[in-house]
Design a protein around this ligand. Structure first.
Ligand SMILES: Cc1ncc(COP(=O)(O)O)c(C=O)c1O
Length: 433
């Protein structure tokens, strides 16, 4: 890497990154044609599994080798229906990660169940099987795990713990479309895989979500909570759910345009994911030797596992430079590197958990016996990572070696200028974005 002597952008110097990230989401002629076709030829409010929505459900499920797919209005809705479909009932405990997007946890609260937090693994950033094991009680019913940023969670260990204790496993694949674990697609290993199709995600319809599973009973139970009665009438086979055919369900339908857009993208997903992996490797190779960064080594290709790289994370090693993580990332953003911390405070230490504030009156914690206490030190790895983690925002689904080189140069430049940045910060007056 060339020595970079210019003044940091945070102190008024030139921006290092001049190249743009690839445009995402991709709304090209193919998408526009297909969205126009379905919006002018199909009902805009598809209440059945026919037309483009049914086609997308079937192609997405079979892409993952699963029997059933249920399209939803969001990833959050897909997760909630999955937790319900897995048989979770009010007052049950469900083990979750404290280091994630809140929907991986709120899906449990939405089912009036109680989230119990287990710690994460420092490399995968996903649930650590041994910590999960330590949190199991007679009231535990399920595990919601998340493949964060697309890194496959340690599924063998997690599934083994779940099997030992008869727990359902729900994979939050919102960030993991295109990823593999030992040759199998993420979302095809747990009882349910739940995906988001929101605009920033690796496969997108602008908004939307989808759940996939193999078990007819779990599928019908999930569907019965969030689907139009006409579709329930047509599809439900099991008597125990047919009595739920009415308009009491949530309205979690996917929009036709969303199904059309996402459906056109599925055939490109593997190519995009491979480009994401090449870009991440370029980035890690370029910054690996910097003493103030730690890169997240991806799973070895020989294992058959593949990162989905929704985002490219790295850790800021404290006390190597005279600036803290937040000043470091502000300096990167000034250089044009979209570096952000993803989770600043583990969820169990946030006011809503400590004060048991979901719908009011301490519900659903009031159903638990005894309700879990959430406190500092519960998940030490997650707590430490909250102070160190950074990720590159922006989609890297096309090969962009020059952009990656500029990002790495910007990081080196901020490292070299850290003393000047620290001095300017002490003097005050820095404008941080
Ligand atoms: C890990 C994770 N789970 C769930 C969701 C929720 O998806 P949606 O925004 O489609 O509701 C997201 C969205 O960012 C996510 O990142």
């Amino acid at each position: 890497m060339p020595a970079i002597k210019s003044k940091p952008a945070l102190l008024g110097g030139p921006k290092t990154v001049t190249r743009a990230f690839p445009v995402w989401p991709r709304v090209d002629d193919e998408v526009v044609r297909e969205v126009t076709r379905v919006m002018t030829s199909e009902p805009l409010c598809p209440v059945g599994n026919t037309g483009i929505q049914g086609e997308f459900e079937r192609s997405f499920a079979s892409f993952h080798g699963r029997r059933f797919g249920l399209a939803t209005s969001s990833g959050t809705a897909a997760l909630m229906l999955s937790v319900h479909g897995a048989g979770v009932e009010p007052g049950d405990e469900v083990i979750v990660s404290p280091f994630t997007w809140g929907a991986s946890i709120s899906c449990v609260l939405q089912c009036a169940a109680i989230p119990v937090f287990a710690d994460i693994d420092r490399v995968t950033l996903a649930l650590d099987p041994e910590s999960v094991r330590a949190r199991i009680t007679p009231r535990t019913r399920a595990i919601v795990l998340v493949h964060l940023f697309g890194y496959p969670a340690e599924m063998e260990g997690l599934l083994a713990v779940a099997d030992e204790h008869g727990l359902a496993v729900i994979e939050d694949c919102a960030q993991a479309a295109g990823g593999l674990y030992k040759g199998r697609r993420l979302g095809s290993l747990g009882q349910f895989g739940a995906f988001s199709l929101q605009a920033s995600k690796n496969l997108t319809g602008g908004e939307g979500g989808i759940l996939i599973c193999d078990d007819r009973r779990a599928y019908e139970r999930a569907m019965s909570l969030g689907t139009h009665p006409l579709r329930l009438e047509a599809e439900l086979e099991l008597d125990e759910f047919r009595q739920r055919i009415d308009s009491l369900a949530y309205s979690f339908r996917m929009h036709t345009a969303c199904a059309a857009m996402a459906n056109t993208q599925l055939k490109y997903l593997d190519d995009w994911t491979q480009a994401r992996n090449r870009n991440a490797r370029r980035f890690y190779d370029a910054v690996r030797e910097l003493p103030f960064l730690q890169v997240q080594e991806p799973p070895g290709e020989a294992s058959g596992s593949r990162h989905a790289y929704y985002r490219v994370p790295f850790l800021y090693v404290p006390d190597v430079l005279p600036i803290d993580r937040d000043l470091f990332s502000a300096a990167l953003r000034a250089e044009g590197v979209p570096a952000q911390a993803y989770v600043r405070v583990p969820f169990y230490l946030r006011p809503r958990f400590r004060q048991r504030d979901w719908l009011g009156r301490g519900f659903p914690w009031s159903l638990g016996e005894p309700p879990p206490q959430y406190k500092v030190g519960d998940c030490p790895v997650a707590e430490a990572l909250c102070a160190q983690e950074l990720e590159l925002e922006g989609s890297l689904h096309e090969d962009v070696p020059e952009l990656i080189e500029q990002i790495a140069d910007a990081i080196a430049k901020v490292g070299e200028s850290a003393q000047d940045i620290a001095a300017a910060s002490q003097r005050g007056g820095l404008v941080l974005t």
